[in-house]
Design a protein around this ligand. Structure first.
Ligand code: MN
Length: 434
């Protein structure tokens, strides 16, 4: 269950893979192509300037590709993710695996790390799954973090106050650096698992293993007490220093705008293990892959939440235009006049980051923003069908909000057909079938 196996299966589907044989540079050149093909095929770069490694991107670049990777579709996706997060399966531990083929001294300069945008402070590793063991030894945690390469054996890591942050704080309290291993180049189901957001203490690699039907194998690292996917392409063994901070950023976040510069911890590399002929995995900051990996687990949670408030939810989409973070379209089968508004309340309640939500009837295709807009145009009245919530907790990522207090205004649009008017007035005109 490796990146390679997934590449093979994608290459068999017409239009799903583009292979570039011309030499391309990791500095702006490859990122520009990634941007051009955003939300499109997997890109494979066979000749990379200054490196013997190949580069692949877009593994999680479209909704359907992610669904194929975890054996789901747009209907079964939510339950796949929720079941896997609720019932993780411990991966199998092996003595060795493809990633242990080559063991090297720390040298990040050998990796074809990309520099993406004009104001970037340097090359950023964007597909690294950071695996850490809790200082009490009870569990492993896996999460994705951006890593700014500083020199041959140092990086800056952005750690938002979540699980890895808590483990780092705990290690610091004990006067220790936190041992970690950064896995690069994985089957997309592993990447989705690492981003699934289970409760603290639940191993995300166990979630990934559940998504892979129990096929995920781990190996021990040599220099740190951490177990990593045996079929990774590259693993960086490192420690997150307990006391050294450095400037991190500016970095383009999923909004496509620059995040601020912050003091963040330093990562010191202690070893690298890799395959003989590794494929380096890249994710474009602010691209569809970044957005979908962040947004899809939230979408599953929203589906779960809204299902508790209205009888039948047909689908929830955090739309790409809303950075898969701020805007949701929800399709319901309305059974009572107030269902649209209740769906809105549940949507806000189940995802604090979401800012604008549109609820539509089941005849509207929520994957088509033009249809959602059409529902707003023909089924919605601002004074009757809109709810506004002022000064609610929002997202630090929204530059239009009060970013100091993290307060925002949320607006819900009930664009379902009002039941006080004749239903025929709202029906889409049909053509007779042949
Ligand atoms: Mn966790």
């Amino acid at each position: 269950m490796s990146l390679r196996l997934f590449l093979d299966s994608e290459s068999a589907i017409p239009g799903e893979m583009l292979v570039e044989e011309k030499e391309r540079s990791p500095m702006y050149d490859i990122p520009a192509l990634m941007k051009r093909h955003d939300n499109g095929p997997v890109l494979v770069f066979n000749k990379v300037k200054g490196s013997s490694f190949k580069i692949v991107s877009g593994l999680c670049g479209t909704r359907n590709r992610i669904f194929r990777a975890i054996g789901a579709d747009s209907q079964t996706y939510y339950s796949r993710i929720i079941d896997a997060t609720n019932h993780p399966v411990p991966p199998i531990l092996e003595e060795s695996g493809p990633v242990t083929e080559v063991r090297e001294k720390p040298d990040l300069m050998k990796l074809p790390v990309l520099t993406h945008y004009e104001k970037d402070p340097g090359p950023y590793i964007t597909s690294g799954i950071v695996v850490a063991r809790s200082p009490d030894g009870k569990f492993q945690n896996a999460s994705m973090h951006r890593l700014l390469v500083l020199d041959r054996d140092h990086m800056a890591i952005r750690i938002v106050p979540r699980h890895l942050y808590a483990l780092h704080q705990e290690a610091k309290k004990q006067g220790k650096d936190l041992q970690v291993a950064i896995s690069i180049g994985n089957h997309p189901a592993v990447t989705v698992g690492a981003n699934s957001g289970p409760k603290f203490g639940v191993d995300e690699l166990g979630v990934a293993n559940a998504l892979l039907g129990g096929e995920l194998k781990l190996v021990r690292c040599k220099h740190v007490d951490v177990k990593v996917p045996a079929e990774s392409e590259i693993v960086i063994e490192a420690v997150i220093k307990k006391d050294k901070l450095v400037d991190e950023g500016p970095f383009v976040d999923l909004t496509g705008t620059y995040d601020i510069v912050r003091k963040q911890p330093i990562v010191e590399v202690v070893g690298i293990m890799r395959r003989k002929d590794p494929i380096y995995q890249a994710i474009l900051p602010g691209g569809s892959e970044h957005k979908l990996l962040m947004g899809l687990p939230k979408e599953a949670r929203m589906y779960d939440g809204i299902t508790k408030a209205v009888p039948e939810v047909r689908g929830v989409r955090l739309t790409l235009g809303g950075s898969c973070w701020f805007h949701a379209a929800v399709s319901i089968r309305k059974q009572a006049e107030g269902d649209g508004k209740n769906a809105l309340l549940a949507a806000f309640g189940s995802n604090p980051s979401v800012k604008h939500v549109v609820v539509v009837d089941e005849d509207i295709n929520i994957d088509d923003v033009n249809e959602v807009e059409w529902a707003l145009a023909t089924r919605f009245q601002g004074d009757e069908d809109m709810i506004k919530i002022r000064k609610a907790r929002g997202s630090t990522l929204d530059p239009s909000s009060d970013q100091e207090k993290i307060l925002t205004t949320k607006i819900g649009f009930d664009a379902t057909i009002p039941w006080n008017k004749a239903k025929e007035k709202f029906e889409k005109a049909k053509m007779p079938e042949k």
